[in-house]
Design a protein around this ligand. Sequence first.
Ligand SMILES: Nc1ncnc2c1ncn2[C@@H]1O[C@H](COP(=O)(O)OP(=O)(O)OP(=O)(O)O)[C@@H](O)[C@H]1O
Ligand SMILES: [Mg+2]
Length: 409
Amino acid sequence: MKKTVILIIDDDPAVRQVLADILEFKGYGTLVAKDGAEALSLMQANDIDLALIDLGLPDISGLDVLSRIKADHPSTAAIILTGNATLESAMDATSRGAFSYLQKPYDIDQLLLQIKRAIEKQQADLEHEKLNIQLLQAQKLESVGRLAAGIAHEINTPIQFISSNIAFLKEAFKESSHLITSLLELLESIKNGTVTEAQIKQNDDILAHLDWDYLQEEIPRAIDQSNDGLQRVASIVQAMKEFSHPGSKQKVNADLNQLIETTITISRNEWKYVATVDTDLDPELQPLPCLANEMGQVFLNLLVNAAHAIENQLGNNPEGNKGRITISTKQHDQHVEIRISDTGCGIPAHIHNKVFDPFFTTKDVGKGTGQGLTIAHDVIVGKHKGTLVFEAEPGSGTTFIIRLPRHQE
Ligand SMILES: Nc1ncnc2c1ncn2[C@@H]1O[C@H](COP(=O)(O)OP(=O)(O)OP(=O)(O)O)[C@@H](O)[C@H]1O
Ligand SMILES: [Mg+2]
């Protein structure tokens, strides 16, 4: 197993030496830095698990070193050591991500215990992050699998009418070419002066049989309709490509309106039997730095939940009534607001504080596993520092409200 590496940052050479000796003796790997600049360059060049930071450094303040380490190496734990502790500086250090804060002279056993705990916590956080990523990927695969059947169906409908249009065009061309051949022969006879009554009648018969007025109207219509169908297929395929693209791990500028349209397209088969989807998307919406792929998954989770809630509310529904899902975006000064409303069953008050819990579901086996909102919360609040709340009236629907800061750190 790899040794845990600790970076000791202190301007006093004796302190550095003593600490390094003790920690090496305890089985840790150590590196030492005399000031902030050296510490930051050692951080760049090495894989460091924990930094012990003295507050009073000659160049950059210990708190600033802490902030830089946390920003560039978030998986490195940090403990602050200082000669002149105040409550204020201790709070400042913890708010900047330090695990703990020890006053000099400290008890060495106390320090060793803090180091052990800081590293355990760091590992637990990393494990948690890894699990979150796996959960998201699993849910993504599951939704792609479930959506695939619906998408095949969505593509099949236009393909079917394109096929019958092509069959019609083929027949129409055959008949028209028969007519044109006959007309060309007639023209030839007129030129030669050999035209006969019988030839004119034959032409009239072909023309009557062919119903040229009808074809003249129907051929362009069949072509237009086929074009629409092809465009529909192309947009579904494009949406599917966008949705299943692995996406960037970094935040990139994304058009949320477009992302919402894509999500609506690929999930059509999930909602079209129970609801209509209306959008009210802010045309002024600026691209927003985000993890587009994960955001798409959030919209999908909320949209599918809305469809299920409406289905639940409609019950047996022999008349084939439909509910309504409305998705809106609005740009404000500091944030963007996205609302997803449904006219479904609402969320009863006694489960309001449970819906975001992992694996909480009220749905039958096979319909829901209770991960949708957990993931949505993790993506919106955890990864984008936004908020995700809902307003729900039992019996008259639910609105989920996402607010995302426009300027991500
Ligand atoms: N729009 C909504 N209207 C009514 N109830 C909702 C709505 N969205 C979520 N819920 C309730 O919250 C529960 C948890 O939702 P969540 O999306 O986390 O899981 P799920 O939909 O049950 O399963 P999964 O999303 O994993 O397929 C749902 O089972 C449902 O009871
Ligand atoms: Mg769900």
